[in-house]
Structure formats: structure tokens, C-alpha cells
Design a protein around this ligand. Structure first.
Ligand code: ADP
Length: 245
């Protein structure tokens, strides 16, 4: 296990946003977190990342000291005045020691030839690739992704999903992906967690067969979606009617 969070209560201005919620992140797991807008998904990521410590509960890391956390947002949030390579190096404590890793990541995201290009010279999909690589550059124990493929055209989103899966397989960190696209969650994750709002609570945790195991059957996310909806229609109706699900 990488870490475990227990949130008795998280509120903003006396309004409970998350309550009685426990989440364990196993080593190397790929967890998807789905739920309607306002359910508290980003708030949970902020708590896990250590950015938000203002909650009642505890965040425990295996080994005692906080692990390394990579964070990828919906918008790439690249520094416009820095080239691609410098944007990756920005998050590294020791740039010289990580030169080879940055080179590998640049090659892996297909931008080795564009290492000096500025974000404005890149397509939206390329910028997202840089943001994904930046999240991985510190070799995180956990990579948090907050709707990283939202508002992209489907071929670009699919390319990025494949890139994420490939890098996750190679690098082996745990991933927590927030998405409102249930089909995407079922296509990628080995555990899908559902949050309901007001206040945000976990209402369902669905474990899926690990499709990366040798000899595993290929996943059919549409069939998984139908199966899930038939078993939990009331919980999922709001989620499944949203974009892409
Ligand atoms: P989600 O990511 O599931 O859409 P959020 O975690 O962004 O949900 O927000 C959960 C709730 O907390 C929402 O009602 C939102 O308005 C509120 N909220 C989030 N951040 C703040 C903040 N900094 N101050 C006040 N309310 C906030």
C-alpha cells in the first residue's frame, strides 16, 4: 500500500463537502474516481496531494514520511515562457541527475525533436502530453489526474489514454484518475470508486479484473457499463448520463 486517507469531515464555510470517507491506494493500483460535478473529487485529490491539510481525519503514508505525488490537471498549466524540456525540469529537485529520465520521457511522449518548443507552438494534445510527462518526471509514488482528457476530441483523448497506460505499465506508480466518463473509468482502471455528493461519500467500489495480467481477456467497457448500470441503476443514473459515458 502507498497511502491511506481517512476523512471524518472536510468542509468549506461550514458546508460539509466530504464526510466519513476512507480510501486506500495500493501500490501500483489504477483507481478511477467518478461522481457528479461538485461531489468533492478535486477536494479529495487536493487532500491526498498534501495541498489541503484543513480537514478532520488523517493521511497516512506507508513508511511514515509523505510519498512523492504527481498531479495532472484538466488544463496543461505549462509555463508559457519555458520550452518543453524546461517545463519538465521545473519540477525536478536535481535537474542534472534527471537528464536521462527527461530525455526518455521526451522520447516517450514523441516530443524529443520539440524539446525547445514553447507551449504556444504546440497543439492542445501535445501540451497535454507534456503535462502528463511532467506529472511523471518526479517518479511519483502516486499520480493524481483530475479530468485530464476532458474537452479533448476523442482520437486525441484515446491517444493520451494509451500513453498514460503505457507509462503506468513501465513506471509502476499508483494512479488515481478523476473522471466523469464512466466508460473511460471502466476501460482503464482496476478499481472504480463512485462518490455521491452533499456531502461526498463513497457509495460503490467496483473491482475489475486486472486486464494487464498475462492472458487476461480484453476488456469490453460497453459491456461492463451495461452490466454495472443493470446492477446499480439508481446510483449510476446521474453519472452515466454525462458526457462520454
Ligand atoms: P468535484 O471535483 O467533484 O466537481 P469539488 O471538489 O471541486 O467537486 O467541489 C466540491 C464542493 O466544494 C463544491 O460544492 C464546491 O463548490 C466546493 N468547493 C470547492 N473548493 C472550494 C473552495 N476553495 N471554497 C469553497 N468551496 C469550495
Amino acid at each position: 500500500m502507498v497511502c491511506q486517507v481517512r476523512i471524518d469531515l472536510k468542509q468549506f464555510s461550514d458546508t460539509p463537502v466530504l464526510q466519513d470517507l476512507s480510501l486506500e491506494i495500493p501500490t501500483g493500483a489504477f483507481i478511477a474516481l467518478v461522481g457528479p460535478s461538485g461531489a468533492g473529487k478535486s477536494t479529495l485529490l487536493n487532500i491526498l496531494s498534501g495541498l489541503d491539510r484543513d480537514f478532520v481525519g488523517r493521511l497516512d503514508w506507508t513508511g511514515g514520511s509523505p510519498g512523492k505525488v504527481g498531479y495532472v490537471f484538466q488544463e496543461p498549466r505549462l509555463m508559457p515562457w519555458l520550452g518543453v524540456r524546461r517545463n519538465l525540469e521545473l519540477v525536478l529537485p536535481d535537474v542534472a541527475a534527471a537528464r536521462e529520465r527527461v530525455d526518455e520521457l521526451l522520447a516517450r511522449i514523441g516530443l524529443a525533436e520539440r524539446a525547445d518548443a514553447y507551449p504556444r507552438e504546440l497543439s492542445g494534445g501535445m501540451q497535454r502530453r507534456v503535462a502528463l510527462a511532467r506529472g511523471m518526471a518526479i517518479q511519483p509514488d502516486v499520480l493524481l489526474l483530475d479530468e485530464p482528457f476532458a474537452s479533448l476530441d476523442e482520437p486525441t483523448a484515446e491517444g493520451l489514454r494509451q500513453l498514460l497506460i503505457g507509462l503506468w505499465r513501465e513506471l509502476g506508480m499508483a494512479v488515481l484518475l478523476v473522471t466523469h466518463n464512466l466508460r473511460e473509468a471502466l476501460a482503464l482502471a482496476d478499481r472504480v470508486i463512485f462518490l455521491s455528493p452533499n456531502p461526498g461519500r463513497i457509495v460503490l467500489c467496483e473491482d475489475l479484473h486486472p486486464w494487464l495480467e498475462p492472458g487476461a481477456e480484453p476488456r469490453d467497457p460497453d459491456a461492463l457499463l451495461q452490466d454495472l448500470l443493470s446492477r446499480h441503476p439508481e446510483i449510476l443514473s446521474g453519472i452515466a448520463s454525462t458526457e462520454g459515458a
